[in-house]
Design a protein around this ligand. Structure first.
Ligand code: DGY
Length: 324
């Protein structure tokens, strides 16, 4: 391909070499920033004239951004979630929107598991206590947690990541109940060892509720004051999906009041800000959005996001487009 007709791509923030190399081979690449997120005005200043945008989940890609780049043909999000993009607006303008499903399933399910184990067995809380000199001696009633093996896991959202979490639960002899927009067929339920329950019943029954639903207008605050009040006092909430699924203010109150036993969170309503009171709670494990953060997975996400742009701009292979 001639140098002067190479498509122009803006990568809003440097991604691993696995993706940068593919992009540089086929496109003229501008990197917005190496080690920080682009400010809104910087994104708006860099996007004019671009054919493709490789965006982060921290970039808000709306009509204003699209207005500034009338030639934009593809927005490739470096994430499986794409609630940061106005997808309807993009498709109205004929802009393809792609994401990176599949490659981060195991890393995210692993992290959900780490948070579940940590919250249940109070590992981070114990670490803090230990470092502060609070461990005096072994004692029969000291720092007791909740047994994971044999307990009931409630999975909300039975897509790829929900299924990967269910698979891990089998190793802990857990009963797995799930709620999903679409119920799986009985054969698949049997194969996965999962049982469907209506949402409110799942909340009442589960010892651990793990969220794996996409964030949309409909799922905003799926877990609020009322839903938390349905959960057992001994139950835990795990969220590795999107912060907006949970009404964080209601969660802080429920954790403070002991309405539920604890939470393991990786995502927040207004990242990286934490809702007032959350930091002070001993029964909340607070990870800084690490779901896909392994070297292997971030490399594969980079490759997939770059391949998506190249596929859309040069017609080389298929991309993973998000539904309109
Ligand atoms: C995603 O891909 O949506 C994850 O949140 C990234 O860590």
């Amino acid at each position: 391909m001639k140098e002067n007709i190479r498509p122009k791509v803006l990568v809003s923030r440097e991604i691993p070499a696995e993706g940068m190399d593919i992009l540089r081979e086929h496109c003229e690449v501008t990197v917005g920033a190496e080690d920080r997120m682009l400010k809104r005005e910087e994104l708006l200043a860099l996007i004019p004239g671009m054919d493709g945008l490789l965006s982060m989940l921290t970039d808000r890609v709306d009509g204003e951004v699209m207005d500034a780049a009338p030639g934009l043909k593809v927005i490739s999000n470096y994430a499986v979630g794409y609630d940061n993009i106005d997808v309807g607006e993009a498709y109205r303008r004929g802009i393809a929107v792609t994401n990176t499903p599949g490659v981060l399933t195991d890393a995210t399910a692993d992290l959900a598991w780490a948070l579940l184990m940590d919250a249940a067995r109070r590992v981070t809380e114990g670490d803090r206590l230990n470092r502060a000199g609070g461990w005096k001696e072994w004692a029969p009633m000291f720092h007791l947690g909740k047994e994971v093996t044999g307990s009931t896991l409630g999975i909300v959202g039975m897509g790829r990541i929900g299924r990967a979490v269910a698979k891990r639960a089998r190793g802990f002899d857990m009963k797995v109940v799930y709620f999903s927009r679409r119920r799986k067929d009985p054969k698949e339920e049997n194969r996965l060892g999962i049982r469907y329950l209506p949402f409110r019943e799942l909340l009442r029954e589960a010892d651990f509720v793990s969220l794996h639903a996409p964030y949309t207008r409909k799922t905003r605050h799926l877990i609020g004051r009322e839903e938390l009040s349905l959960m057992k006092e001994t139950a835990f909430l795990i969220n590795t999906a999107r912060g907006g699924l949970v009404d964080e203010k209601a969660l802080v109150e429920a954790l403070k009041a002991g309405e539920i036993a604890g939470a393991g969170l990786d995502v927040y309503e207004d990242e990286p800000r934490l809702s007032p009171g959350l930091k002070q709670l001993p029964n909340a494990v607070l990870a800084p959005h690490l779901g896909s953060a392994t070297r292997e997975t971030r490399g594969q996400m980079a490759r997939r996001a770059a391949e998506n742009i190249v596929a859309e701009l040069l017609g080389e292979g298929s991309s993973t487009r998000v539904p309109p």
